[in-house]
Design a protein around this ligand. Structure first.
Ligand code: B12
Ligand code: SF4
Length: 628
């Protein structure tokens, strides 16, 4: 028997472990060939990132290692492959996955430990590779050896259902068995799940934007439902849905209804994390409404992923947005239904400037995005159209190699943790490096103050009464705070130092703050934890800022702003007297007494509160109290 090691490592997020979809598919499909089934066996499946040195000691002699490569495990995989090759020189290493470049085979030169590469959809090619150990020669070859030029893409599968399901065929149960003694008993298993494959769009910054993935192919709906049954039975809390456009197909409604039904019956799955379709349509609204009315809390809000409002940028990244009237119409409908939405922008895309970044943010607010905004730093991956040299040249894209922009991961200090690197855009023809950093700080302060709630109410009041836009407010705060000592200024300066150290010295993203020293917090979450511990000081600084910059002396406004931000140390509900003009302006209510309450009555430690308010539930405006 030939021995095979399957590798798809992922970092640990809290107590979670991902079941490895891509590598399982490769093995499931390969076994459809009888010769492969009878002559190959899997010795282990590596799904997390133990110390490479320690793991190597446990590996018996093997014939092949198959590695699923993503930005989050490339360096780990290469390190592991090198040590395996040193220990067993005859063992062959094959790599596949989105991080295997379809355009050049530099990795063979940089990593002599790799023997074979499979680009694009891997199943057919991987089966052929295992079969090539048979004496009879194989027909068409879809994998590459060190001597090949990578100049064609493998054929895609005609029917996705040809791949036996790792869920329904019991392969995941084998993984549970393998890990029974390796992981704590309270490990939460997570599923990455495909109901279809492909995306009809071409966004230049995205791996799937390549036309290779353009045709959308679906799995049979009965199979999908049976797999959901398995998730419910096995108490899978979190499902990361791989489909690129949830709600694009009519059947997504049927599938969502099925998940709702299962969650109501069994309590699982708890979260159905999807990437919503871009043409935010009636169907998506219907799906979200039905879910919301059922109270199953499956989604993490509905995305309005606009990326940019700059028409030239949209052309250059080959991206369309829903038109503004439609966006405004649906944002209103979601608000009426009390369904949280969030938007995403990317900074710095081609042709964007510091000024256009601010314009984009204000535009979103004007369209009605009051719930949440994420502005992602622009990263380049090898297979995204943007990664190609001609594209980089055309838009003056310069990059810095930085650690992967992930936060909230558990790093075991005792292990030889391998830091993953990625290419971050640090300059374009229209934004200098200083602009890029300044833009990130602007976003930091904006999102903290508005979308984490710390000055949300004040910003709304100032906009409505003085017509000072939200972005101008933050512009002035940025200048005001960085020129004097204080809580806000310190937070901006600390964040700036951190971000620059990522770009200039390859320091890890994130900050350690508060009681919990095991979590590297995203910067906005970190600042919110600091603000939570210094609410009175923040109150005083906001008062000073309003007075000095806008000549506003309005205690009621500050009090309302303060009390709307949920504080786990208080007992709710409670009532406060507030000037009726402020109440009218901000809450649209005619009252002088406001009762503050919060839907979450769980008693929790500060650390748990921070995790919930500033990480897991941050997209749902958890910060905000209800008022009566
Ligand atoms: C699910 C998902 C996640 C999950 C991770 C789940 C997990 N760990 O398993 C979560 C939400 C955590 C996540 C996070 C991130 N993600 Co993500 N994510 C996806 C998503 C939506 C699906 C991936 C998937 O499993 N697809 C299903 C499998 C079957 O398809 P596949 O991965 O393409 O694999 C096929 C081929 O590549 C090949 N193949 C794969 N492995 C192998 C191995 C061998 C041996 C062979 C032969 C073939 C082969 O065959 C497979 C077909 O069967 C993709 C987008 C997408 N629609 O694909 C992005 C994607 C993978 N993510 C991406 C990124 C950038 C990230 C983040 C870095 C984002 C960020 N900045 O925070 C983080 C990193 C997290 C971390 N540190 O671990 C990029 C990755 C680019 C790259 N080169 O790796 C993608 C492609 C998104 C994009 N549009 O650019 N992500
Ligand atoms: S960003 Fe989304 S919509 Fe655009 S190509 Fe990638 S997967 Fe498709």
């Amino acid at each position: 028997m030939f021995k095979l090691l399957l590798v798809q490592p992922v970092d640990d997020f809290a107590k979670n472990k991902f079941l490895p979809l891509a590598i399982s598919y490769q093995w499931m499909y390969a076994q459809l060939d009888q010769w492969v089934k009878q002559n190959w066996t899997v010795t282990d499946v590596l799904i997390d990132k133990p110390s490479v040195k320690k793991y190597i000691e446990t590996i018996p002699e093997i014939d092949m290692v198959a590695m699923s490569c993503y930005v989050w495990n490339w360096t780990y995989n290469m390190t592991l492959a090198k040590l395996i090759k040193e220990k067993y020189p005859k063992c062959k290493i094959v790599i596949g996955g989105p991080s295997v470049s379809k355009h050049k085979n530099d990795f063979f030169i940089e990593h002599p430990q790799i023997d074979y590469a499979i680009t694009g959809e891997g199943e057919i090619a991987f089966q052929q590779l295992l079969k090539s150990y048979q004496d009879t020669p194989i027909q068409a070859k879809n994998f590459f050896t060190r001597d090949d030029a990578i100049d064609y893409l493998p054929e895609r599968l005609q029917q996705l259902d040809e791949i036996p399901s790792p869920i329904l065929e019991g392969f995941y149960d084998k993984i549970f068995e393998l890990y029974k003694h390796r992981v704590p008993a309270d490990t939460q298993w997570q599923v990455t799940f495909e109901t279809l494959r492909g995306c009809p769009y071409h966004c230049a910054f995205c791996d799937i934007g390549d036309s290779y993935w353009n045709k959308v192919k679906t799995f049979d709906i009965d199979r999908v439902k049976k797999e959901i049954d398995w998730m419910a039975k096995n108490k899978i809390e979190y499902v990361s849905v791989c489909d690129s456009n949830w709600g694009m197909l009519e059947r997504d409604k049927e599938i969502t209804d099925y998940v709702i039904q299962k969650k109501k019956e069994t309590g699982y799955p708890k979260v159905w994390d999807v990437t919503w379709a871009k043409n935010n349509s009636e169907r998506i609204f219907e799906i979200a409404k039905s879910e919301h009315r059922n109270g199953t809390n499956l989604f993490k809000g509905v995305t309005f992923a606009m990326q940019s409002f700059n028409p030239q940028t949209l052309i250059e990244i080959d991206r369309f947005n829903v038109d503004e009237t439609t966006a405004n119409h649906y944002l209103k409908k979601y608000r009426q239904e009390n369904i949280p939405t969030y938007s995403e922008l990317i900074w710095p895309l081609p042709n964007e400037t510091y000024a256009s970044l601010k314009y984009n943010i204000q535009k979103l607010i004007d369209l009605g995005q009051k719930d949440f905004l994420m502005v992602h730093p622009l990263m380049i991956t090898p297979n995204a159209p943007m990664g190609q040299p001609s594209y980089r040249r055309a838009y003056g894209i310069k990059t810095a190699v930085v650690p992967l922009d992930t936060f909230y991961i558990n790093i075991d200090d005792s292990s030889d943790y391998v830091i993953e690197l990625t290419e971050a855009v640090c300059e374009t023809a229209t934004a200098s490096y200083d602009d890029v950093i300044q833009g990130m700080l602007f976003v930091h302060l904006f999102v903290v103050m508005y979308y984490y709630g710390w000055a949300h109410t004040i910003m709304e009041f100032v906009y409505k009464t003085l017509n000072i836009t939200h972005t101008e407010f933050i512009d002035r705060m940025l200048q005001w705070a960085t020129t004097r000592p204080g809580l806000i200024g310190d937070e901006i300066n600390i964040t700036k130092t951190h971000i620059k150290s990522v770009y200039e010295d390859r320091q890890m993203w994130g900050r350690y703050v508060g009681e919990d020293k095991t979590v590297n917090w995203e910067y906005k979450s970190a600042t919110s934890i600091v603000f939570d511990s210094n609410r009175i000081q923040l109150f005083e600084e906001l008062k000073m800022f309003l007075q000095e910059e806008f000549d506003i002396n309005n205690k009621s406004l500050l009090i309302l702003n303060h009390h709307l931000c949920y504080d786990n140390k208080k007992t709710y509900p409670y009532t406060v007297d507030i000037d009726h003009k402020v109440v009218q302006c901000v809450l649209g209510k005619n009252a002088t007494q406001i009762e503050f309450d919060h839907w979450d009555k769980t008693t929790m430690s500060d650390a748990d509160f921070h995790r919930k308010a500033y990480h897991f539930q941050r997209k749902n405006a958890y910060w905000r109290c209800n008022t009566r």
